[in-house]
Design a protein around this ligand. Sequence first.
Ligand SMILES: CC(C)(COP(=O)(O)OP(=O)(O)OC[C@H]1O[C@@H](n2cnc3c(N)ncnc32)[C@H](O)[C@@H]1OP(=O)(O)O)[C@@H](O)C(=O)NCCC(=O)NCCS
Length: 177
Amino acid sequence: MLKKFKTFLEHFFGKQPPAYLSELVGKQATYRFREATTSDIKELLRLEKVIYSGETPWTKSAFLFEFYSKHPHLYLVCELNESLVGFAGIRLFGIDGHITNIAVDPHHQNQGIGTWFMEELIANAKACGCETISLEVRVSNIDAQRFYRHLGFEAKRIKANYYQENGEDGLDMIKQL
Ligand SMILES: CC(C)(COP(=O)(O)OP(=O)(O)OC[C@H]1O[C@@H](n2cnc3c(N)ncnc32)[C@H](O)[C@@H]1OP(=O)(O)O)[C@@H](O)C(=O)NCCC(=O)NCCS
């Protein structure tokens, strides 16, 4: 009886154990992937600081804006021992799926986490009828550009002064599905 009540409460307050989508056996550990929720935001901000030298390019309100967007969207996280080590997301605009963010803790890069995120987001966009996937990347972020090229993205055009905080140009990349 008590157990049933607990289960009801957990369901009601959204505290059910998360539904994992997949596991990935990396060089160091086994990672688990699931959809992000608003309860992850505190941990996402911590993770951003690890990845971006103490900066949080996306604030709490930026995450909330995305998670409650009217456009179809999907945000995923990667967990190791209940800590987040990566996240990525996509927002759909008609027949284009736009990768809005992707980042992996430097201690856990080059093990396939980023590729898993991209393949999952792309497969979902395709299933929703998207014909292209787009993204922007800093012109200075050569590693990420190579990563995207290996996934089939092509450079389209430069967006001058795209990144507001330092006026850096953005490179528009696109993949046909
Ligand atoms: C770009 C980024 C998301 C890639 O994430 P990642 O988890 O390192 O990605 P992967 O491990 O899937 O792939 C990275 C490389 O490792 C290689 N790799 C993948 N699995 C591997 C494995 N098991 N063993 C060895 N190498 C592997 C991939 O082939 C890939 O090589 P490539 O870059 O030459 O294509 C990550 O570097 C990152 O967070 N960077 C900082 C934030 C950033 O720049 N975000 C993008 C903003 S536009």
